[in-house]
Design a protein around this ligand. Structure first.
Ligand SMILES: Cc1cc2nc3c(=O)[nH]c(=O)nc-3n(C[C@H](O)[C@H](O)[C@H](O)COP(=O)(O)OP(=O)(O)OC[C@H]3O[C@@H](n4cnc5c(N)ncnc54)[C@H](O)[C@@H]3O)c2cc1C
Length: 329
């Protein structure tokens, strides 16, 4: 059998942990009984708060790589940190977030160690001899099970939204891991970083997601939904029918061929609830829908449904929320 334990790589950005990386601590819990305890490796600069957060998420140890040369998202440098941690821990499994950086780092690390690299994983399991992962294929139309022998370690990238971070508990020790970069690690330099437009909440980690479907009737209606999302401190999403019609950009699409969301509150407006949509939101804690058809599939799945024309409900909701905001301001 390969090594022992799970190495969880916590990617940071501006010192903050990426939400998809914290979810890896939940993924590690699914396999640590079979593979051994998890160690979180936090990489970046000014990551004190991120390491403290990771230390409470069910791992046995935290290793911190905190230095100016790790401030920027350069895959070669993060990969070096992972390889140094690997030397120290000899893990059976290495988990990385399925982010742009995480995917690059995972490929580099797997190639340098000569081990299998399993990508875009949404579920993990372990038998006596094999690591078994589930991953969507053919634009998420099918789920496949991929098996890797446990005679070697494996590197796995996990799709955002597939696991929940564990409830924070008592913190475990944080240790500094010294990492010396080698010349090739310095070849790539970041010359400029461009921020997202201000005020945009990340759809995949938003606590509230307001989703508009074809029933919204056109792009103008989405201006109201965007305001509603903003008043609720959430993000705006849409169905494929809407992005296909060009009413909203594709990056807001939720579902089989879009993003996966697991908000505390999902509010669907004029959304029928086709299965290709609901696979992207089924982990939502509370589902509320506004639809004029009481037989729509999403109405049947929802925790609360308002059977009405959205034009009668959304403006009143916005007015009430604006009023509340005014009162608390
Ligand atoms: C391979 C494949 C992949 C797909 N991937 C995705 C995906 O990732 N995401 C996705 O969303 N879809 C996906 N789809 C499409 C999916 O099958 C549905 O067609 C789509 O989700 C329907 O979008 P909708 O609910 O906005 O529209 P509709 O199904 O047209 O529903 C509109 C709803 O609005 C209601 N409504 C109408 N007017 C009002 C009003 N004034 N007030 C209140 N309610 C009103 C109607 O009663 C209806 O329930 C995929 C399809 C295929 C074949």
């Amino acid at each position: 059998m390969a090594g022992n334990g799970v190495l969880v790589v916590i990617e940071t950005s501006g010192g903050q942990p990426r939400p998809a990386a914290l979810e890896l601590c939940g993924a590690a819990q699914a396999v640590q009984e079979a593979l051994g305890s998890a160690t979180a490796l936090v990489v970046g600069q000014g990551i004190g708060a991120a390491t403290e957060q990771a230390a409470r998420l069910g791992v046995a140890r935290v290793l911190a790589v905190d230095a100016p040369e790790f401030a920027e998202p350069v895959a070669e440098r993060v990969a070096r940190a992972v390889l140094v941690a690997w030397e120290q821990l000899d893990p059976a499994l290495v988990l990385l977030p399925g982010t742009t950086l995480g995917r690059d780092v995972a490929a580099l690390v797997a190639a340098r160690r000569g081990v299998p690299h399993l990508v875009d994983v949404v579920a993990l399991g372990v038998t006596a001899d094999e690591l078994m992962v589930t991953r969507p294929v053919y634009q998420s139309k099918l789920l496949t099970t991929v098996r890797a022998s446990r005679t070697r370690a494996a590197v796995v990238t996990v799709r955002a939204g597939s696991f929940r971070p564990p409830e924070p508990g008592e913190p475990v020790p944080i240790e500094r891991l010294p990492v010396e970069l080698q010349e090739p690690d310095r070849r790539v330099r970041v010359t400029r970083m461009v921020d997202k437009p201000r005020g945009q909440v990340d759809l995949e980690s938003a606590p509230v997601v307001v989703v508009g479907g074809r029933g919204v009737g056109g792009p103008e209606g989405f201006e109201q939904l965007a305001e509603l999302a903003e008043l609720l401190g959430g993000a705006l999403g849409c169905t494929r029918a809407v992005s296909d019609l060009g009413w909203r950009p594709h990056y807001e699409q939720i579902g089989q061929t879009g993003k996966q969301v697991r908000p505390k509150l999902y509010l669907g407006v004029g959304v029928s609830g086709a299965v290709q949509h609901t696979v992207g939101m089924q982990g939502s804690e509370t589902v509320v829908v506004i639809n004029r058809d009481s037989n729509a599939p999403l109405v049947k799945q929802a925790d609360f449904a308002v059977i009405a024309d959205w034009n009668e409900i959304v403006p009143r909701l916005i007015a009430r929320l604006r009023e509340r905001r005014g009162r608390s301001a």
